[in-house]
Design a protein around this ligand. Structure first.
Ligand code: NAD
Ligand code: DAU
Length: 328
């Protein structure tokens, strides 16, 4: 797998090693600002787990890491929309060129299954109903445009080269080990520190929330049972307005709503995402966690893991965050 030191990747590595005793995992990760070996400490002593530090754009490293591998689950990416709006260069390099480098190596190594982990953001904002896999793509920001390019390229490697690719497109994940620039861990940790929660625009944008362990289970199902060349939407079925989510977080922590601060909207801010997940359901997957219970567990995890997020929030993140919000 790639990107195993990030949020979804570290949860996925733990899921695979925990639920498939016959499997082993090679984790190729560059350790960007979002990659953190603390996310994987409990796996380090497992003889079925190996970490390789390297860039998915580096042909030599990628080729070596794929030696003896039968499936690739590609999670590595630049992932934060606000960062892509501030500067898109790394997004194009990692998300597009990096995916290309992996696809080429996978062809050469005759990999039997390549899972390109993608996002619902490629469909753009959905006014009504829910996006299906063959709907037109309409990405609004540099991050989602780079992800659309990556997942189309991956599918082209199936159509043209018969590389056995499957693509997942999931909705917004939340849960343990999520970097605290994303809204749920940012708002939980800000509330724990009694600092303002910066709600963009009118707070009425809607996201469909998916507990990360449910996404990991779905990626696992697609990895094993997905059909070559197919795309699978993975949605949580929990559409929530940001302002409602924010109040829920504050309520769970016993903090006042006066911490909510309205700030200038994100440029190009997609209003609503929604997915039809019927296709992955037909493979036998459905979310195992209710939104309320998963949000409560997530809030409890951040409350109990201050030693994980405090160093992140006091390091380079602080400089990023202060720059980001000085303009709002
Ligand atoms: P993340 O930002 O938490 O982690 C990304 C990981 O990729 C980090 O460990 C980082 O070090 C690594 N990485 C970045 N550039 C790299 C490079 N050039 N070479 C090697 N490693 C590199 O990301 P996440 O939120 O866990 O997202 C994982 C994947 O899932 C991404 O492809 C993302 O687009 C997709 N996705 C995320 C969500 C979500 O809500 N988080 C939803 C849908 C899809
Ligand atoms: O939909 C899947 C996508 O979800 C993934 O592909 C991305 O990698 C992931 O970052 C996420 O993108 P979003 O832009 O939806 O997530 P974010 O947590 O940045 O924002 C969620 C919503 O909360 C969005 O409507 C913007 C709003 N928001 C976000 C931040 C960081 C705020 O109101 N205030 C904030 O400070």
């Amino acid at each position: 797998m790639t990107g195993g030191a990030g949020f979804i990747g570290s949860n996925f590595a733990r899921h695979i090693l925990g639920s498939h005793p016959e499997d082993s995992v090679v984790n190729l990760d560059k350790l960007t600002y979002a990659g953190n070996l603390e996310n994987l400490r409990d796996l380090e002593k497992d003889p079925r787990y190996r970490f390789v530090r390297g860039d998915i754009c580096d042909r030599v490293v990628v080729r070596e890491a794929m030696e003896g591998v039968d499936a690739v689950v590609h999670c590595a990416a630049e992932t934060h929309v606000d960062r892509s709006n501030a500067g898109a260069g790394e997004f194009l390099t990692t998300n597009v060129s990096g995916t290309f480098t992996l696809l080429e190596a996978a062809r050469e190594r005759k990999i039997q299954r390549f899972v390109a982990v993608g996002t619902d953001e490629v469909y753009g904002s959905i006014a009504k109903g829910a996006a299906r896999e063959l709907d037109p793509l309409n990405p609004s920001n540099p991050y989602s445009a780079s992800k659309a390019a990556a997942d189309l390229l991956a599918r082209a490697y199936w159509t043209t080269h018969r590389l056995p690719v499957v693509v997942t497109r999931s909705s917004n994940n939340f849960g343990p080990y999520q970097y605290p620039e994303k809204v749920i861990p940012l708002f939980i940790t800000n509330a724990l520190e009694d600092t303002p929660l910066p709600l963009y625009g009118d707070g009425k944008n809607v996201r469909d929330w998916l507990y990360v362990l449910d996404n990991c289970a779905a990626i696992d199902v697609v990895l094993r049972k997905g059909k070559d060349g197919e795309i699978y939407n993975i949605g949580g079925g929990n559409e929530v307005e940001n302002v409602v989510l924010t109040r829920q977080v504050l309520h769970l922590l016993g903090k006042p709503e006066s911490l909510i601060t309205s700030v200038k909207d994100r440029p190009g801010h997609d209003r609503r995402y929604a997915l039809d997940s019927g296709k992955v359901a037909a493979l036998g997957w459905k979310p195992a966690h209710s939104f309320g219970a998963a949000l409560e567990a997530t809030v409890a995890w951040y409350r109990d893991h201050e030693a994980w997020w405090k160093p992140i929030k006091s390091g380079a993140f602080r400089a990023y965050y202060e720059k980001q919000y000085s303009s709002r």
